[in-house]
Design a protein around this ligand. Structure first.
Ligand code: SF4
Length: 212
């Protein structure tokens, strides 16, 4: 007997008519378009001002984001905030969000360890991100990490080779990718962490230059 594939859902079914950022956030709280709602504590929607000039897009919320309901607040969020301050960008003037709005994890002892979202989950969640981009209309989009970069710029995009470059895209006048701040924290030793941190700041400086 042929096995039946479960139907693929999309968050598009949850998008309200004539959405605003607030109505999107409220609707996303009830989203069940993929199974990740069963794993996460809550939906972690994007945060920031409508009409922010810059939108940062990461992969998915982490442990602390899942618990607080806010994007980029854990250790990687702290590194991100400090880096923005270093290059003179005020985070309150930006919009930060993720490709996937629920925390995907697996248990390791008592800890919840990040697990990469799969293509089906990314595709199911994409309408939320598209709606955020359509409402905020940022001048600059910065993808943080490979998952966000490949979701926005295609599966062939390589952050290792193309980071810090502005890429032609219909998404915004300026689109760039760099590493996710959590990858800097995972660097194997102090020296590589310092080096990665410096490269991250260099990428953000290019961004600061186009918005000054
Ligand atoms: S990860 Fe996205 S698509 Fe899946 S349930 Fe959460 S909000 Fe909906």
């Amino acid at each position: 007997m042929a096995t039946r594939k479960s139907p693929q859902h999309s968050a598009a079914e949850w998008i309200p008519p004539r959405p605003t950022l607030n109505s999107l956030r409220e609707a996303a709280a009830d989203c069940k378009a993929c199974d990740l709602w069963k794993l996460g504590t809550q939906t972690v929607f994007g945060e920031g001002r409508r009409r922010s000039i810059v939108m940062f897009i990461g992969e998915q919320p982490g442990n602390e984001e899942d618990l607080t309901g806010k994007p980029f607040v854990g250790p990687a969020g702290k590194l991100f905030d400090d880096a923005l301050e270093t290059v003179g960008i005020d985070r309150s003037q930006t919009y930060v969000t993720n490709v996937v709005k629920h925390f995907k994890w697996e248990p390791r002892g008592k800890r919840r360890i990040h697990k990469k979202p799969n293509a089906q989950e990314i595709s199911a969640c994409r309408p939320w991100l598209e709606a955020e981009i359509a409402l905020v209309k940022p001048q600059v989009i910065v993808a943080l990490g490979a998952t966000a970069a490949q979701t926005l710029l295609g599966p062939k995009f390589r952050v290792t080779q193309q980071r810090g470059q502005f890429i032609e895209s219909t998404l915004a006048p300026y689109v760039m990718a760099t590493v996710h701040p959590s990858s800097i924290l995972r660097a194997p030793d102090d020296e590589s962490r310092r080096l990665e941190h410096r490269r991250f700041i260099d990428d953000l400086k290019k961004l600061a230059k186009v918005i000054e």
